[in-house]
Design a protein around this ligand. Structure first.
Ligand SMILES: Nc1ncnc2c1ncn2[C@@H]1O[C@H](COP(=O)(O)OP(=O)(O)OP(=O)(O)O)[C@@H](O)[C@H]1O
Ligand SMILES: [Mg+2]
Length: 498
């Protein structure tokens, strides 16, 4: 249905795509995988008219097309859900769904009409957002689903999903996978990008692998390729053996972070917990269960109405900024919102926090020294990008690594992680996990929430499960498995307030 061939794209000295082709067929889910920076997003941005290639052609049903922007692509039936979320945070949910003009009645935008058109698609995705809420207030997962909903409302023939499940909890991701297959079953051509390779294998009809801007495996039937083969094709070498789960011998060194009777209105109810230096503690729960409020309280982003939060130095975080100066690093997979200054060079981003931490007074380190320091982080985390390039020019996964680099540079005593490897490729995910383990064995405290349960099981010494703003279970040792975790999160513990 859609055939792209010989696509070439450079960004300055970087070759993002070097003669890449792909064919999308009606009724198929065609997955594209590759390391961070391999060129996946560039490919789909070209197909959907967001980016102009320097060379190559695109044919839709045999006719050559050249889209000048995403809107034009949409009008010809090519819809894209991009990796970086593009919701308009100040608009309501319904307004967000009709970016190219809301349905009108008698000249007026009709909320009822919007609702009528949107409802079947919302239902199919299992999304039930309050229609008048500002989109910016919704959790990341809902915003991600909302974008997919918006694309489907354009009634596309070609649907492009660039990491659609990176922010989704497992059940929502599974639902989306089912929807994706169903859409293909109705004759859509779907292009699907994801770093969750098992998910790719379940959803895809065919797989294309990109490496360094080139196709190294063109549209192979998914049934014919195994996971190991795929990883080897992506990395150009077999994956190094993953570090054994929770390999860090856990030598707790007293209580380092504690919550005592902490209540955050509407989110946490009189929660007490403690984490020791050297410990990696997981926080799990369904949306709104309170696990993320713990991170917020530790990072000074949520003020308890009762109770007390203590950091390793005995102080309580008074504000987000204060928490940073007290050595708390908050790393979120929601890069766009909280991570980086996209217009600023990478080195400035990476060295920005330690600045805050060192406080005023100290003399400004020389620029050349900062650049050198940032460069060291780039190498250590294998970030693909120039230290002087604007952070916004990095690929999504490399931006996420940059967020981590920036906090590592600040040598934090507490790591508060929320989906830290969202959108990060398998190779880098393992590296980041290794770094987290190293920090823990150096006596740091790590608190981690993740929609990726495998990540919690691999990394944590124990996982606290939250429901209704309380800890309802703690998993460790033999009980710390994905099925147990999922069960504990979903089990119907009675709401103590009911
Ligand atoms: N706007 C831009 N300006 C400069 N360089 C860019 C820009 N967009 C992408 N690049 C570069 O092009 C290369 C390919 O990036 P792309 O976003 O396509 O990777 P990707 O495969 O989608 O990676 P990820 O898995 O991290 O999302 C990277 O080296 C990236 O830094
Ligand atoms: Mg990308």
């Amino acid at each position: 249905m859609l055939v792209a061939s010989g696509l070439v794209k450079h960004y300055g000295g970087v070759t993002a795509l070097d003669g890449v082709g792909i064919d999308l067929r009606a009724g198929e889910v065609h997955a594209v995988v590759g390391e961070n920076g391999a060129g996946k997003s560039t490919l789909v941005k070209i197909i959907s008219g967001v980016v102009r290639p320097e060379g190559g052609t695109i044919e839709l049903d045999g006719a050559r097309v050249r889209f000048s922007d995403a809107r034009q692509a949409a009008s010809q039936g090519v819809a894209i859900v991009s990796q970086e979320l593009m919701t308009y945070d100040d608009l309501t949910v319904l307004e967000n769904l009709f970016p190219y003009g809301a349905p009108r009645r008698g000249g007026l935008v009709s909320a009822r009409e919007m609702r009528r058109l949107a409802q079947p698609v919302l239902d199919e995705l299992g999304l039930d957002p309050p229609p008048h809420v500002r989109t910016g207030e919704l959790p990341l997962a809902d915003r991600q689903l909302l974008e997919i909903c918006r694309a489907l409302l354009q009634d596309p023939r070609v649907l492009i999903l660039d990491e659609p499940t990176s922010a989704l909890p497992r059940d929502a991701a599974a639902r989306l996978a089912a929807v994706t297959r169903r859409l293909a079953g109705r004759g859509l051509a779907v292009l699907y990008i994801s770093h969750f390779l098992e998910e790719v294998m379940r959803v895809a009809t065919r797989v294309t692998v990109l490496r360094d801007g080139k196709v190294v495996l063109p549209g192979a039937p998914a049934a014919d390729v195994g996971l190991d083969f795929l990883v080897t094709a992506m990395l150009g070498q077999p994956a190094r053996d993953a570090a054994p789960p929770a390999a860090v011998p856990h030598r707790p060194s007293g209580t380092a972070v504690s919550l005592t009777g902490v209540t955050v209105p509407g989110r946490l109810r009189s929660v007490s917990l403690a984490a020791a230096g050297g410990e990696i503690v997981g926080l799990a729960g369904l949306q709104g269960s309170g696990h993320l409020a713990v991170l917020d309280a530790v990072c000074g982003r949520a003020r308890p109405s009762a109770g007390e939060v203590r950091l390793p130095n005995g102080r309580s975080p008074r504000s987000a900024r204060h928490a940073v100066t007290e050595g708390v690093a908050y790393i979120s997979g929601d890069r766009k919102g909280r991570g980086l200054m996209l217009d600023k060079p990478l080195w400035e981003n990476i060295t920005s926090v330690s600045w805050l931490g060192q406080g005023r007074g100290g003399s400004m380190p020389r620029r050349a020294r900062l650049i050198e320091r940032a460069h060291g982080h780039l190498e250590r985390l294998r970030i693909r990008g120039d230290v002087r390039a604007r952070a916004g020019e990095l690929s999504g996964g490399n931006q996420q690594k940059a967020v981590l680099a920036k906090w590592l540079d600040a040598a934090p005593s507490v790591l508060a992680l929320d989906d830290p490897t969202r959108g990060v490729d398998v190779g880098a995910r393992g590296e980041l996990h290794g770094i987290v383990r190293d920090l823990a064995s150096a006596g740091r405290v790590v608190l981690i929430a993740s929609t990726d349960l495998a990540e919690l099981v691999e990394l944590c010494h124990r996982v606290l499960v939250f429901q209704h703003g309380r800890v309802v279970d703690t998993l460790d040792g033999d009980r710390l498995t994905e099925p147990e975790l999922s069960l504990a999160m979903n089990a119907g513990f009675a709401d103590p307030a009911l």
